[in-house]
Design a protein around this ligand. Structure first.
Ligand code: NAD
Ligand code: LMR
Length: 446
């Protein structure tokens, strides 16, 4: 690679636990997606600095040609960039903890991006993402924002309505994780070896087709045989570092598949098919947030401190590529080099799922290139899937209504309609408690 332009990237949410892994993958991909500059932006200077000081050392040692800086000033952050990576968590883990634990008090599943927790998180994220889009448009009008800050379905619906022409693409890596498992189940190397047809909403979808990308072989029969016994659990070396709750999640897919055996489900369907089981199996005092604080967050910040103390990043825990960051680099590359590669995107339906509303957000395959994304037609959703999607999508739209109209009732309707909430009186109790703790982030709902 010689004369191609070099790119300038800003990571919004520089203090994210995913940032160092992403930086390492960016460095490894310099012949594919070359950078001139990398910036971090966060609204928590102290948290960001802990990651940035380690990244400074990593870049100095491995890619000194990349100019690196970090800031809390939007103008400095968003000026002169080609790509904005959205990796923020509004309210941080403190608020995710509330999203998970408040519903559980009332016997309702507590989860980051699904059910009442996902709606609360979505409502917190909307203004922050819109603000970042506006800064990007003001300071770097030709840039693209690749956003993976959750709750993606709600954020994408807000973007569709409030910033319809913005150069923002809302993506999710969860299907990649499932597809990488499918590849291994079929004896292939990675998700790159798989071609697919998939449709749904974010964290809510189904594979209609899975093929060997090179040979075109239909892999569905082989996968269905495997999945009905083991779900997407691969085992062996592949799963040696997989956390216990994720192993349970991948195994649970066997039961989800049994309900609708024409397609293969996204593993997040567990929350909608088995909400009662989720509650029974949850520890209301120790949820996924606690697991992450004890595991991923501790490891990431511990490793950053170790690097800073040692003054070198030789041999670090991110030297093995993560699916999440690898996927984002691939997407940037597709846009930068106009490759029209196929990835999943959360975008306006416009017929992509023929029997869903055109003006709704869906997650479907799309071709990624210099002009953004071209969603692909996926055909018709099955009756069962369509019913589920209509309900879930309406919840997501109601949350955006609640944001726009500052409407308590719309938010109450969103929670009441959720498949995970048994009735309106429980929805109200959860909402009233959530409103108190979310005061600094939500619009005032009247
Ligand atoms: P984290 O809490 O470790 O980091 C998020 C960072 O965002 C923090 O440093 C925080 O200070 C910062 N932040 C919060 N609000 C901000 C704002 N308004 N402006 C600027 N910075 C702000 O979070 P994490 O666990 O690393 O996750 C980051 C995001 O990525 C989350 O939204 C998470 O849900 C999402 N995620 C998405 C996918 C996907 O594929 N879609 C996968 C994993 C994680
Ligand atoms: C995260 O990694 O924070 C989530 O997006 C998924 C999870 O619960 O680990």
């Amino acid at each position: 690679m010689t004369d191609h332009k070099k790119y300038s990237v800003v990571i919004a949410g520089g203090g994210s636990t995913f940032t160092p892994g992403f930086v390492l993958d960016l460095i490894k991909s310099q012949d594919k997606f070359p950078l001139s500059e990398l910036k971090f932006y966060d609204n928590d200077a102290e948290r960001q600095e802990k990651i940035a000081k380690a990244v400074e050392i990593i870049i100095k040692e491995r890619a000194p040609q990349i100019k690196f800086s970090y800031t809390t000033d939007p103008k400095t952050a968003f000026t002169g960039v080609d790509f904005v990576m959205g990796s923020i968590r509004v309210g941080k883990y403190e608020m995710r903890n509330m999203d998970e634990k408040i519903p559980l008090k009332y016997g309702v599943m507590g989860q980051e991006t699904t059910g009442p927790g996902g709606m609360a998180y979505g409502l917190r994220s909307i203004p922050a993402i819109i603000e970042i889009i506006d800064w990007m448009e003001e300071y770097s009008p030709n840039a693209w924002m690749i956003n993976y800050s959750n709750t993606i379905a709600i954020v994408a619906e807000a973007c569709r309505r409030l910033r319809p022409n913005a150069r923002v693409i809302n993506i999710c890596d969860m299907p990649i994780d499932d597809m990488d498992r499918m590849a291994h189940i079929c004896g292939l190397d990675s998700w790159h070896d798989i071609d697919f047809n998939y449709y749904g909403l974010n964290h809510f979808g189904w594979w209609k087709e899975v093929r060997n990308k090179k040979t075109g072989e239909d892999l569905m029969p082989k996968l269905k045989e495997y999945v009905k016994e083991h779900g997407y659990y691969v085992g062996g070396d592949y799963d040696k570092d997989t956390e216990a709750s994720w192993i349970q999640t991948f195994k649970k897919v066997a039961e989800e598949y049994a309900i609708e055996p024409e397609t293969l489900p996204n593993n997040y369907m567990q929350y909608y098919y088995f909400p009662k089981w989720e509650v029974e199996n949850a520890d209301p005092n120790h949820t996924r947030t606690d697991e992450i604080l004890e595991h991923r967050q501790k490891i990431v910040f511990g490793e950053c401190k170790r690097i800073v103390d040692a003054g070198t990043a030789e041999k670090n825990i991110w030297d093995i590529a993560g699916l999440h960051s690898e996927y984002i680099v691939d997407i940037c590359h597709a846009i930068a080099f106009n490759t029209h590669e196929k990835f999943l995107a959360n975008c306006t339906n416009n017929g992509a799922i023929s029997n869903m509303d055109p003006d709704s957000v869906v997650e479907v395959p799309a071709l990624f290139g210099a002009d953004g994304i071209q969603p692909m037609a996926t055909g018709e959703a099955g009756r069962f899937q369509r019913g589920l999607m209509m309900e879930q999508q309406t919840c997501e739209k109601l949350v955006v209504d609640a944001y726009v109209e500052h409407s308590y009732n719309k938010m109450l309707q969103a929670l009441t309609l959720s498949k995970t909430v048994p009735d309106a009186s429980i929805a109200k109790k959860i909402l009233d408690e959530m409103m108190v703790v979310n005061k600094p982030y939500w619009p005032e709902l009247k």
